[in-house]
Design a protein around this ligand. Structure first.
Ligand code: ASP
Length: 345
């Protein structure tokens, strides 16, 4: 059988950082050093090619232009490789991986994001396991077809659907969680693939990359004490087209008339507002409480159980499609690549 051919794309992040002894801070170093530091890569039963950002970055500097760069690398190499592993800083990994899940339309090969909490050169590093298992998962095939056919995130023995993840911990090796969707695979003595949860497309259409993301978006987290002046100020920002509104619990928000009127006026002016919960897990359920029941009536989009990371990138993606408000609401509330559940329970 032909060995799997994997493309390793290095964007930066702790995995490839080393201490700058002058300042004491961690700085990204060049990719060749990663492969030097991980000779085990040559023992894997697959061929690995590597490609690196010319300037590796801390993922705090990640942005939609760089997402397009990653997507273009995948597009240009799509036919020549069986799978793609993207080394990325953990801080914004869930945002990038969610965005790529929308941008890589009709993906049918594995794209696995990974990184680490400790640099690859550190004795106690988590980079070795994260990288090696990601490559093994990206190599899995059955009847000449990739077993994983979606954008995933692998960290600390778990493979997740990327657009369901959130970074939850800056200290523990278990840095990510997928609260509203089960893990796709677990690494123990054996690699256990939870096949029933893998994403499968119904059609067999070639990959296309959508990179017209519209970044006129914002995230607003409500809090007890939020005032009309502040909320209205945000919603009136010149050029703003869409907002992810992080509400409480199962999608609840203040019931004062000013609050409802401010949102309603903004929607009438053409702003798209998506209701997501501030809670790490669970779903928006409009209508359970009085606070929140009016959202549907004024045209707020129901974000159901989507993460904030997936919601903001889905908004950039749908705004870029230049569709009308009604269509955008329908498409937002409908899963594209498993990022949102079909029903809100
Ligand atoms: N600051 C780093 C980054 O996101 C953290 C990490 O890689 O874990 O690039």
């Amino acid at each position: 059988m032909k060995k799997a051919h994997i493309l390793l794309i290095y964007t930066g992040g702790t995995i490839g950082m080393a201490k700058d002894f002058q300042t004491g801070t961690l700085k990204a170093f060049h990719f060749e050093k990663i492969t030097e530091r991980l000779p085990e890569l040559s023992f894997l039963d697959c061929e690995i090619d590597t490609i690196s950002f010319s300037q590796p970055i801390d993922s705090s500097d990640m942005n939609p232009i760089l997402w397009t760069e990653i997507a273009t690398i995948i597009q240009d190499n799509y036919n020549a490789f069986d799978g793609f592993v993207i080394l990325h800083g953990s801080d914004t990994m869930s945002y990038s991986a969610s965005a790529l899940s929308f941008m890589l339309e009709n993906l049918s090969k594995p794209v696995i994001f990974t990184g680490s909490q400790l640099p690859i050169g550190d004795l106690r590093t988590d980079a070795r396991e994260n990288l090696i298992t990601s490559i093994q998962l990206a190599s899995l095939k059955e009847n000449k077809q990739a077993i994983i056919q979606e954008v995933c995130l692998y960290f600390e023995y778990k493979l997740y659907r990327a657009n369901r993840t959130t970074k939850i911990d800056a200290e523990n090796f278990q840095a990510f969680a997928s609260m509203n969707y089960p893990t796709l695979a677990e690494s123990g003595v054996h690699l256990k693939i939870n096949r029933e949860y893998l994403f499968r497309r119904k059609n067999n259409v070639p990959l296309s990359v959508f990179n017209q993301l519209d970044t006129n978006v914002a995230i607003i987290k409500i809090f007890p004490g939020i005032s009309e002046k502040i909320l209205n100020g945000f919603l009136s920002i010149n050029g703003l087209k869409a907002v992810v509104l992080e509400t409480y619990g199962s999608g609840n928000a203040p019931t004062g008339k000013w609050f409802l009127d401010t949102l309603s006026d903004a929607i009438k002016r053409g702003l798209h507002i998506v209701n997501v919960t501030q809670c790490a897990g669970g779903t928006v359920m409009p209508g359970i409480y009085d606070a929140g029941s009016y959202f549907d009536k004024i045209g707020i989009i129901n974000g159901k159980d989507i993460t904030t990371e997936a919601a903001i990138s889905k908004l950039m993606f749908l705004l870029g499609k230049n569709i009308n408000a009604k269509e955008l609401k329908i498409r937002f509330e409908t899963p594209i690549c498993g990022e949102i559940s079909k029903k809100s329970l």
